[in-house]
Design a protein around this ligand. Structure first.
Ligand SMILES: Cc1ncc(COP(=O)(O)O)c(C=O)c1O
Length: 445
């Protein structure tokens, strides 16, 4: 579609019917921001401008946009077989993809359950954890533990273990039997840390407080994001995740890493599991699995968990769970081509090569007005702004609007600017991103 045609279409559209997700609908509809095309590191707007993608869409387009191999794979698959049920039936690409993913993930996380999104992956992992405890005779373990400021999508499971107040407060009592560890954010000691903060491993001990309150025999699993993203990028303190693992092991509690944003190269390793050298029992993924091209998620679990279900008469279903779109053929084709692209271009480790340049550029913004913290790891960055008194989120939102006008896509949560570009970003584009962000920060109130 030509840009002028898209512009015409946009201007004649009625914007009213679409209730936009996680959006200030009234503000948007007064002053719409429309993307009509994308290629590699850029979006094209409806008024024909190029916008540098500083967020990989929503942390998902890790290979960049409209990459040829993925486009071709999707086109070919939709013509060859559009859909096949995954209940009691299979198709070869689902098994091929699961095998390739399991080879990519450190052992013993070698079984894969497919879902349609990050939220579904989280629900799936929580359900597998509960069902596993029951399968091994630990049916009293029904509690799930999350963490303050955690984001695990928007299903009832995810918001229950999640810890972002606005995502929870209007939705009733959610799942019962859930508790939360404290978050790890400690700006008094860790502001402007480069990489993992030095202070805060002891926040893992908060899990012990919760275990003592409820008794370990009631707790099935703990879920955390290894790097918390949507809350505004909280990097785990050194030794924190190792300590969580130890405590879970001591008490028979499963550890779930939600790698929906850290999976597929974001930290310069295929998964955060590799980066931190901590192996959980279950890992949730989505987003980068297909580079955002087709919705898909995958939950990894250990052989021990899988095997615990493989009992009883062989004609019986072992786990009463799954989605119409689990292992959707087009998603599988997209994911296989995405893995090919990652491998051919070394993208799952590329962030490690440019992380220092990224870190230096990001931290060069320290002297800009209202900047109260800067955080980074791999190809993730955050700039936290001092909120305007009485008007929280407004300053960062102004930055977002100005950035869009100036040709860069950033993302904001509260008064925090979060950055997570496609893994193909060049050093020049990193410089452009931070150069323009500097101008934005110097301009807004
Ligand atoms: C850590 C984490 N978990 C789960 C999700 C939910 O993923 P989705 O929006 O695909 O349901 C997200 C989305 O940002 C996420 O960051």
């Amino acid at each position: 579609m030509s840009t002028s045609a898209s512009t015409a279409q946009v201007s004649t559209n009625n914007l009213d019917a679409f209730w936009m997700p996680f959006t200030a609908n009234r503000q948007f509809k007064q002053s719409p921001r429309m993307f009509v095309g994308a290629k590699d590191m850029h979006y094209t707007t409806s008024d024909g401008r190029q916008v540098l993608d500083g967020t990989a869409g929503l942390w998902c387009c890790n290979a960049g946009h409209c990459r040829p191999k993925i486009v071709e794979a999707v086109q070919a698959q939709v013509a060859e077989m559009d859909y096949a049920p995954a209940f009691q039936m299979g198709h070869p690409k689902a098994f091929e993809l699961a095998a390739r993913l399991s080879a990519l993930m450190p052992s013993p996380l070698d079984h894969v359950f497919f879902t349609g999104s990050g939220s579904e992956s989280v629900d799936t992992a929580l359900k597998i954890a509960l069902a596993y405890q029951r399968a091994i005779g630990q049916g009293t373990r029904t509690r799930l533990i999350g963490r303050e400021r955690g984001y695990h999508g928007v299903g009832f499971g995810g918001i229950s273990v999640g810890g972002i107040v606005n995502n929870r407060k209007t939705f009733g009592t959610m799942l019962t039997g859930v508790d939360h560890m404290r978050h790890t954010h400690d700006p008094a000691r860790n502001a402007f840390s480069r990489g993992m903060p030095e202070n805060g491993a002891e926040y893992a001990e908060d899990l012990i407080r919760i275990i003592q309150l409820h008794d370990p025999s009631t707790i099935a699993a703990v879920i955390v994001e290894p790097v918390a993203g949507s809350t505004g990028v909280l990097i785990p303190p050194k030794h924190y995740l190792e300590r969580l693992r130890e405590i879970c092991d001591q008490h028979g509690i499963l550890l779930i890493f939600d790698e929906v944003i850290t999976g597929f190269g974001r930290l310069g390793t295929p998964f955060a599991v590799d980066y931190f050298g901590v192996t959980p029992d279950l890992v949730t993924t989505a987003k980068g699995l297909t580079s955002g091209v087709i919705p898909m998620g995958a939950v990894f679990c250990t052989k021990a968990i899988y095997d615990a279900f493989m009992h009883g008469p062989e004609h019986l279903i072992e786990l009463f769970h799954g989605y119409t779109y689990s292992a959707h053929p087009i998603a599988c084709a997209a994911a296989l081509a995405t893995l090919d692209t990652y491998e051919e271009e070394g993208l799952l480790t590329r962030a490690a090569d440019i992380a220092q340049h990224w870190e230096d550029g990001l931290h060069s913004l320290k002297d800009c007005p209202n900047v109260i913290d800067i955080r980074n790891l791999g190809l993730i960055g955050a700039v936290e702004l001092d909120p305007i008194a009485g008007e929280p989120t407004k300053r960062a939102f102004s930055a977002f609007l100005k950035a869009y006008d100036d040709g860069i896509l950033i993302r904001t949560t509260g008064d925090i600017i979060a950055l997570s570009p496609p893994l193909i970003i060049s050093k020049d584009q990193i410089d452009e991103l931070f150069g323009k962000l500097r101008t934005v920060l110097m301009t807004i109130d």
